[in-house]
Design a protein around this ligand. Structure first.
Ligand code: DX5
Ligand code: ZN
Length: 229
């Protein structure tokens, strides 16, 4: 099943509750929250206080994507703030297995993220521990960047590995997901579709979310029926 996860990075932060409500009315079922520390990525965004405020205005899962160094230090705070899913970067974790355990111990769903230059194969030993795998389809740090096509290969690899290993993790994609890329993303295995600019870029979040989801669902139907002869 495909789901849309609007990324609030491109929302109007002064009207955050309204923006989230609009994305939800348009069919968004997960709220993607980009946390950046100015070290792991060249940008600074938000942290647990904003997650705490979001928790009061939506019941949707808060999908916190940590683009930070030393994520272990902040996991208890995100749990207290009301985060549901926490994804950490393979590239930022010296002891990834331990970090994923820590997230689960705090009652949240653990997930792992890989940057565009990281191979899927490195994740094999921990795939049984994660709720989802997030494939970055741009270099993390900013919204509105161009989708990197090699990401599609990674989505297929993750789908095949899931079958081979008999696992049930979901496959999430983040970066440059928009009207021109969403069909290929779904066809290649993307299930949790993060979209920032394409949802919030022009102040019409509800309409944008609805249109993106509609296109994604049609692509998913074709996919589940197999290629037309
Ligand atoms: C980028 C963030 C993304 C970002 C995606 O580092 O992780 O979640 O918001 O934005 P778009 O959809 O605009 O590429
Ligand atoms: Zn993100």
């Amino acid at each position: 099943m495909v789901e849309l996860a609007p990324s609030i990075l491109s929302a109007d932060f002064a009207r955050l509750a309204d923006e989230v409500a609009a994305a939800e009315r348009g069919g968004g079922t997960v709220i993607h929250v980009d946390v950046m520390d100015g070290h792991f990525v060249p940008n600074i965004t938000l942290g647990p206080p904003v997650v705490k405020s979001l928790r009061k205005v939506t019941t949707l899962p808060l999908d916190c994507h940590l683009m930070i160094e030393n994520p272990d230090e902040f996991i208890p705070e995100f749990a207290d703030a009301g985060a549901d899913w926490i994804s950490v970067h393979y590239e930022a974790c010296r002891h990834l297995h331990r970090t994923l355990e820590l997230i689960a111990q705090h009652g949240m769903q653990p997930a792992v993220v890989i940057n565009p230059a990281t191979e899927v194969a490195v994740l094999r030993p921990i795939l049984g521990m994660v709720h989802h795998v997030l494939v970055m389809s741009v270099n993390p740090g900013f919204g509105g960047q161009k989708f990197i096509p090699y990401s599609l290969t990674k989505l297929r690899q993750l789908r095949e590995l899931r079958q081979e290993l008999g696992l049930s993790y979901r496959i999430e994609v983040d970066g440059g997901v928009a009207h021109d890329t969403i069909v290929s993303v779904v066809e290649n295995g993307g299930e949790l579709l993060v979209a920032g600019n394409a949802v919030f870029g022009d102040g019409k979040a509800e309409q944008n979310a609805r249109e993106l989801l509609d296109t994604a669902r049609k692509a998913a139907e074709v996919e589940s029926w197999g290629p037309v002869a």
